[in-house]
Design a protein around this ligand. Structure first.
Ligand SMILES: [Zn+2]
Length: 97
C-alpha cells in the first residue's frame, strides 16, 4: 500500500546506488543473523518508515538488508505497530525493529 505511493522513489538512480551499496556492505539478512541464520538478503528495507521523507529515504543509516521472508512477515507487523521478537541464540527474546 505505502509502497505503491512512493513507488517512483525506488526508480531513481540515487536509490539504486544506495540499494547496491547496502547489499555490498551487508549481503545477509540482518533479522536472520540475530538467530545466527545465514540467508542472502534480497530486500533493502528502511528501518524507520520514510513515508515519503526524502532525507529518511536516502539516509544510508536508515537502511537494513532483509530476506524476502522477513521483509514480508516481521517487517509488515512492525509497520502496523506490532512488536516482533525472536528467541536469540542465548535463549532470551530479542525485540526487532
Ligand atoms: Zn531473514
Amino acid at each position: 500500500m505505502a509502497r505503491s505511493v512512493w513507488h517512483h522513489l525506488y526508480q531513481t538512480a540515487a536509490w539504486k546506488r544506495l540499494r547496491e551499496h547496502q547489499l555490498a556492505v551487508q549481503p545477509l539478512c540482518e533479522f536472520c543473523l540475530i538467530t545466527e541464520d545465514v540467508t542472502a538478503a534480497e530486500v533493502v528495507d528502511h528501518r524507520r518508515a520514510h513515508k515519503g521523507d526524502l532525507e529518511l529515504f536516502h539516509d544510508p543509516n536508515n537502511l537494513q538488508s532483509l530476506c524476502k521472508h522477513h521483509h514480508d512477515s516481521a517487517k509488515q507487523l512492525m509497520e502496523h505497530g506490532k512488536k516482533v521478537a525472536v528467541i536469540g541464540v542465548d535463549g532470551y527474546p530479542i525485540e526487532m525493529g
